[in-house]
Design a protein. Sequence first.
Length: 190
Amino acid sequence: MMTSDNPRGADNQQERPGFEQWVVGFVDGEGCFAISVVRNAVCRLGWQVQHEFSVTQAEPSRPALELLVEFFGVGRLIPNRRSDNHRTRLWRFSVKRRDDLLWVIVPFFEEHPLITAKRADFGRFCAVLQLMQERAHLTDTGLAAIAAVTEQMNRRQRSRFWNPQRPYANQLVPTRVEDMVLASWRHGDH
């Protein structure tokens, strides 16, 4: 459980009862757990796995994103490249650092589960992080398995890495969200 160094009091948003559920609801509606497999010539296999937890809002709602930065104590706010309806600047709360994802974001959403379809994406996101902890992304077989998982997430589009000629890749992909994150891994018994 995270502890806060922030002063307690009625003015402190994070200390109000139910703040965690506000975070869950906000992320259920506006958040994204994303995994991408992208070309990177510097990497041994020529591909890199990128992971990000993010929440995007227009400029007027930036204070809500600032609350997330303060609450989680990780990540940062970055301007988005596009504007909402080409008028309002967009901001993104972004957490990309794997340790921050593993030790702050994942435990929070395990303790406070999402309730929308985003819960399945979270499970797949955790499965990829687990594969990466096991260094699977450094092997052709593991990279294919990760690419297959990404096809089941968010926009559900074919991975640029994916090669249907690799039959072993499909065998490595869990079929149910419950199978994706092993309890022993979640609880540090790995």
